[in-house]
Design a protein around this ligand. Structure first.
Ligand code: NCD
Length: 311
């Protein structure tokens, strides 16, 4: 049955109303139970998902494609990074959008240029999902992150959440802070001064009455937070490689650090991790990053099914 998401694009988390987010989380929960019980789904039978990944991806592309296959659908994909020379300022992505609409039921795109998903969507008559546009947005990552926080913490409101690392270039933290902002959190944004959260995002949260503390010092935030969301410094966005080298290990979570955090703190990371979380932390029960990546599957199943009206 068509729903509040049928036929829509998801380009920016701001495109989603709270009830639409709730619908995605509920639907994902339902699919998760079906999969956990060994059941199968056929709701996407005969449908085609196009995945256009012009920037590297492991998790996002594989979970989207697996999500489609688990519901009985098919996948066509472009993964040739060389085609990332595609000129988004010209007609090309618009034309790609028109073209794929002739055979695909929906498309997911990842591209190094901000606004690329928007351009594809302008040409496409089928739903388009932004799978990461440069340092812009990554809305389905934020949805799986929120789904994870709800499962790990039992609620979404009244939480203290710390985002750590490359808050300037990290699209996951851009999307996540907009989305979590809907639930009235208390935020710590921890980064070196060079990698601060874009002022536009912080200002908008403050305007909505959200408490935001920006700092370069992780200790107070870690002692007070329910969730610590680590991110990697985004090497591919740096013009100056020496600056990257200087900043890349600014924050490292290891077993000794966990002992100084609030008891029971949940540690998250969108992956891939580099040096930000030592492998010894994986044994800590609050280390949720591999559960977080697994949650990508039911959440992306829900997104695919809801946008195409086949949930
Ligand atoms: C993230 C991304 O691509 O933005 N990865 C992902 O989709 N899980 C995070 C990153 O690359 O650092």
């Amino acid at each position: 049955m068509p729903t509040a998401l049928y036929g829509k694009d998801i380009l920016h988390v701001k495109d989603l109303k709270l009830e639409q987010v709730s619908l995605i989380l509920e639907t994902a929960g339902r699919y998760e139970s079906v999969l956990a019980q060994g059941g199968s789904l056929t709701n996407m039978t005969g449908q085609v998902l196009a995945t256009l990944f012009f920037e590297p991806s492991t998790q996002t592309r594989l979970t989207f494609e697996t999500a489609m296959l688990k519901m009985g659908g098919h996948v066509v994909s472009v993964t040739d990074a060389k085609t990332s020379n595609l000129d988004v300022k010209g007609e090309k992505l618009y034309d790609t959008g028109r073209m794929i609409s002739a055979y695909a039921s929906l498309a997911v795109i990842r591209h190094r240029a901000e606004g690329s998903a928007q351009e594809l969507a302008e040409g496409a008559s089928v739903p388009v999902v932004n799978g990461g546009d440069g340092a812009g947005q990554h809305p389905t990552q934020a949805l799986m992150d929120v789904f994870t926080i709800k499962k790990e913490r039992g609620r979404l409101n009244n939480l203290t959440i710390t985002l750590v690392g490359d808050l300037k270039n990290g699209r996951t933290v851009h999307s996540l802070s907009w989305l979590l902002g809907k639930y009235g959190p208390r935020f710590y944004f921890v980064s070196p001064p060079e990698l601060k959260m874009p002022a536009e995002i912080t200002a908008s949260l403050l305007e909505d009455g959200i408490e935001v503390f920006e700092t370069a010092d992780i200790s107070e935030a870690a002692a007070k937070s329910d969730v610590l969301y680590m991110t990697r410094v985004q090497k591919e966005r740096f013009a100056d490689i020496e600056e990257y080298e200087r900043l890349k290990d600014a924050y490292v979570v290891n077993a000794g650090f966990i002992r100084k955090c609030k008891h029971g703190i949940t540690i998250m990371h969108p992956l891939p991790r580099l040096g930000e979380i030592a492998r010894e932390v994986d044994a800590y029960e609050g280390a949720a990053y591999f559960r977080q990546t697994a949650n990508g599957l039911p959440v992306r199943m829900a997104v695919i099914a809801l946008l195409t009206g086949r949930e």
